[in-house]
Write a protein that binds this ligand. Structure first.
Ligand code: PMP
Length: 437
């Protein structure tokens, strides 16, 4: 397959844009390097690159594009807004409509605030938790990604109660020390961390369903235990559902049928984003009225934004949620992803390629290993070279995956049975090539 134009554009981009990309996760560094594919156009489940090649897309822009690209209902909503002025710097009625839609779907969100990205939304929930509790530390789980603000750019390696080391240059050690990292799905680790410095812990933050070291479900009882321990300790629970909200069903983890005991797993604050913007920049956070009233102009915790609640993002978000309210849309994504996962597993098995697939409704992750993946250590302990080889074989067969072994495959409402069949044909050929080695 010819990708000459992508290669030319990459060389050009390198001269002007740092690393040639505007987010490191778009680079091909984790899959052997070289030029990423420069896409030119997208519609439904497909991308076309600058050389005219068509790909079936499972990246879905790292999550937001759940209705497929250029969905007409969303495009029409954005066009209507654009014709009436893009940004007012005043409140609008649309914001109320969207807030009500979110509150209806996410019971713990008694009050909402819109921001522009997942990073902003998580960053603010942490500030509010600190303001509300008067404490400074947070506990996070290894491998969970919460955006690129200083405090959460800490993974701290493995082992319970490890004091944080910054993951990025420029994050002061003093900030990293405010973060304690515990393995996901490990209540003993959380217990130990709370025993060590519980009185200073403002919040326990978690991706209740993980999307950042593959798709990983919480073990039964994990979220209940986490909420109980945090609350007994006087700490708040923050759910980062930037990926999860509206991904598996119409709502958030606390109403997801695959997870039991909904009353016991309610967070105090929740951060969401991605899907709720329908492809435009957005984030939102919310929680109980009492906690949210910490935020300015009502309370002492400051958060603001020139672009926050901008009419285009809000209109696109409402339109996207309206599509997702359609009859059977989640069931169809689930059905197609089950077929995809079964087919991938069978193909890998035929060619002796070790593969563990984690599937949660319309999303899945492929881990090149022969053990389960339930935490970050297990996700790290997989064959990155095999993933890179698979990624490239698939790309050459017109299937676009995220360029990292830690990222998920996302189905959209636009994928069809034929797309799944075509993907499985590409996978069969890819595994056959890999099995030869
Ligand atoms: N939290 C989670 C769980 C995420 O997956 C991401 C982005 N991948 C973020 C936060 C940050 O969101 P954004 O990139 O919109 O700042």
């Amino acid at each position: 397959m010819n990708r000459i134009r992508s290669e030319q554009l990459y060389r050009e981009a390198l001269q002007h844009i740092v690393g040639g990309v505007n987010s490191p996760s778009r680079s091909f560094k984790a899959v052997g390097g070289g030029a990423p594919v420069f896409m030119k156009r997208a519609r439904g489940a497909y991308f076309w690159d600058e050389d005219g090649n068509r790909y079936i897309d499972y990246l879905a822009a790292f999550g937001p594009i759940i209705t497929g690209h250029a969905h007409p209902h969303i495009t029409a909503a954005i066009t209507r807004v654009a014709e009436n002025g893009l940004l007012y710097g005043t409140p609008t009625e649309l914001e109320i409509k969207m807030a009500c839609m979110l509150k209806e779907a996410i019971p713990s969100m008694e009050k909402v605030r819109f921001v522009n990205s997942g990073t902003e939304s998580v960053m603010t929930t942490i500030r509010i938790a600190r303001a509300y509790t008067g404490r400074s530390k947070i506990i996070k789980f290894a491998g969970c990604y919460h955006g690129h603000s200083d405090l959460v750019l800490v993974a701290a390696g493995s082992g319970p109660s490890t004091l944080g080391m910054p993951d990025s240059a420029g994050v002061p050690f003093s900030i990293a020390q405010e973060v304690i990292t515990v393995p996901f799905n490990d209540l003993d680790g959380l217990r130990k961390a709370l025993d060590t410095c519980g009185e200073n812990v403002a919040a326990v933050i978690v991706e209740p369903i993980v999307g950042n070291f593959g798709m990983v479900m919480p073990k039964p009882g994990f979220l209940e235990g986490l909420c109980r321990m945090a609350h007994d300790n006087g700490s708040l629970v923050i759910y980062d559902e930037i990926i999860a909200a509206f991904r598996f069903h119409y709502g958030s983890t606390q109403t997801f049928a695959d997870i039991a005991n909904h009353e016991a797993i309610k967070p105090d604050l929740i951060a969401i984003g991605k899907i709720i913007g329908g492809g435009l920049p957005i984030g939102a956070y919310g929680g109980s009225k009492e906690i949210m009233e910490q935020v300015a102009p009502l309370g002492p915790a400051y958060q603001a934004g020139t672009m926050a609640g901008n009419p285009a993002s809000i209109a696109a978000g409402i339109a996207c949620l309206e599509v997702l309210q359609g009859e059977g849309v989640y069931e169809e994504m689930d059905r197609l992803s089950a077929k995809l996962a079964e087919g991938l597993q069978a193909s890998a098995y035929r060619y002796d390629v070790p593969l563990t697939i984690n599937r949660i409704r319309g999303s899945l992750s492929t881990h090149f290993c022969d053990h389960p993946v339930t935490n970050y250590d297990e996700a790290q302990d997989t064959d990155g070279e095999a993933f890179a080889a698979f990624f490239r074989h698939m790309l050459d067969r017109n299937v676009n995956l995220a360029p990292s072994k830690y990222e998920a495959w996302f189905l959209t409402t636009a994928h069809t049975e034929q797309d799944i069949d075509d993907t499985l044909e590409a996978a069969e050929a890819s595994f056959r090539e890999m099995g030869k080695k």
